[in-house]
Design a protein around this ligand. Structure first.
Ligand code: H79
Length: 477
């Protein structure tokens, strides 16, 4: 009886357990069902977040995308030796003379005593940039040699404390930029050959990419970041923070992401290049993927062969073969090359950051002034074919390049047609009007619409030997 009773209990317990298990399964299935739509909502929310983020980025980048043309200024102590050390010409780019000439720190420091650029006039510089049609200026607040062009509170290795000049160059430039409506931006090197917690101990190869400095974090926390805070607090709104020298071993992608957030925290609207992190593909400059920090890619001394839909990028380039001034580098690109480069870059949806290397007296070499003037003359007539344009919808036509804005195509004709007929590879477009941008009267040029081509009849003589722009208004926006 007792046994029977016991079995009874077992049956009851097992049944109860089975019921519980069944209940659990049913409940969790329902839970699953509940999760499914919830996940769907989450997806939509994240899609929405992505959309909002994209819109915020578009707003933040708008001035930069519209501007298309900026001035890079490499200026620092390297302008003093100007490519020559102990009577010998040092190969390579001028601002690398400390590394390439294996100059010991104490010796390099002597150049500071000779840095007295009494010819420097911020207003002249900004006027020259603006006159060339440039919308922003990126100046080296600090290059790899670590020397600072402003009164940094965390070092004496700057223009105020180490030179007889004792003028805050960045302050003067920020005032002139504000006055002329040009955006001021800073180039700041992560790599630092002068700082003992960065690359200084690696002498004679300051650019050693394999060695690590055990105190590097201290450099970041007590030097690099405080400097960034100074630059983004004391000089008004800054357009771009342009980092470089990120390839050293001690700099990592998490450090880059942290720096990106730090900079945006100080100036939420600022634009930051992709050298803040480790995503750059060598000198080609574009980012490996969206996972890496930075707002735009940085091709150096090269122009991507084609446009890159949805990608922001800026080609930086020298006018001769050096960024920092070298007294004997006369290998200047022609104004023709520079103007065509600008059109080429705009036709691929990029920006052109063109470099000048001022002299130790604070002047632009005459060859630079001449090129800026030539570009300004061309831009005064043709600026609207550059500013606010987007990439060519017709690739690279054989006669030149093409930029687009709204219902307009700007045809940049490098090679003027000898037969007076310019073929535009546009299928199905209904032309509304075509005229020369240089023609103030906007006299219509005859256009014949073929199946795959529009043919514009043009005057015998090109209005501009370098790049004549024809505006083509179509009905397809
Ligand atoms: O500031 C100007 C130059 O001083 C600086 N960038 C422009 C805007 C410049 N730095 N380096 N270079 C130019 C050439 C350096 C190339 C190398 Fe590397 C650095 C070779 C190996 C380490 C970059 C990173 C290319 C490969 C990895």
């Amino acid at each position: 009886m007792r046994e029977k009773h016991g079995r009874h209990w077992i049956v009851i317990v097992v049944t109860a357990l089975a019921l519980l298990a069944a209940l659990f399964i049913v409940a969790s299935c329902q839970q699953d069902k509940k999760i499914a739509p919830a996940e769907k909502t989450a997806m939509t929310t994240s899609e929405q977040t992505a959309k909002t983020e994209q819109a915020a980025k578009d707003a933040r980048m708008a001035w930069w995308r519209d501007g298309r043309f900026g001035m890079f200024i490499h200026w620092g102590l390297y302008a003093v030796p100007a490519g020559t050390y102990k009577g010998k010409r040092v190969d390579g780019i001028g601002e690398w003379i400390m590394n390439n000439g294996k100059i010991p720190i104490t010796e390099y420091e002597q150049y500071a005593r000779q840095f007295n650029p009494i010819g420097f006039n911020a207003d002249d510089w900004v006027r020259m940039a603006k006159g060339a049609g440039m919308k922003y200026i990126v100046i080296t607040s600090k290059h790899h040699d670590g020397f600072c062009l402003w009164d940094s509170k965390v070092t004496q290795w700057d223009v105020m404390d180490a030179t007889p000049f004792k003028r805050d160059i960045l302050k003067e430039l920020s005032q002139a930029c504000k006055q002329h409506g040009v955006k001021l931006c800073f180039y700041h090197s992560i790599m630092d050959w002068h700082h003992p917690d960065a690359q200084a101990p690696f002498y004679p190869n300051y650019n050693d990419t394999k060695q690590s400095n055990p105190n590097f974090d201290r450099y970041v926390d007590t030097y690099l970041k405080p400097q960034i805070a100074e630059l983004l607090t004391n000089y008004g709104p800054i357009g771009v923070m342009w980092f470089d020298g990120e390839w050293i071993k001690d700099w990592t992608e998490p450090k880059g992401k942290d720096m990106y957030a730090y900079v945006r925290g100080l100036q939420p609207k600022i634009v930051i290049n992709n050298r803040v992190g480790k995503g750059r593909k060598g000198m080609e400059g574009l980012s490996k993927s969206d996972e890496y920090a930075g707002d735009f890619g940085t091709p150096e001394q090269q122009i991507p062969p084609t446009g890159l839909p949805g990608v922001d990028w800026e080609t930086c380039m020298t006018m001769n073969d050096t960024w920092g001034y070298k007294s004997y580098d006369e290998n200047w690109k022609s104004s023709e090359t520079l103007i065509r480069n600008l059109a080429d870059i705009a036709s691929k949806g990029g920006n052109f950051l063109l470099n000048v290397g001022p002299t130790p007296e604070g002047l632009f070499p005459r060859a630079i002034e001449q090129r800026l003037e030539d570009m300004g003359t061309w831009m005064a007539v043709n600026g609207q074919s550059i500013y606010g344009t987007t990439a060519s919808p017709i690739g690279r036509p054989e006669w030149g390049r093409c930029t687009a804005k709204g219902d307009r195509l700007y045809l940049h004709v490098f090679n003027w047609p000898a037969d007076g007929k310019l073929d535009v590879p546009l299928a199905g477009a209904k032309p509304v009007k075509a005229y020369l941008l240089a023609d103030r009267k906007r006299a219509s040029l005859p256009v014949a619409a073929g199946q795959d081509t529009l043919t514009i009849s043009v005057p015998a003589k090109a209005p501009d030997a370098i790049d004549s722009v024809i505006v083509l208004v179509t009905n397809n926006k």
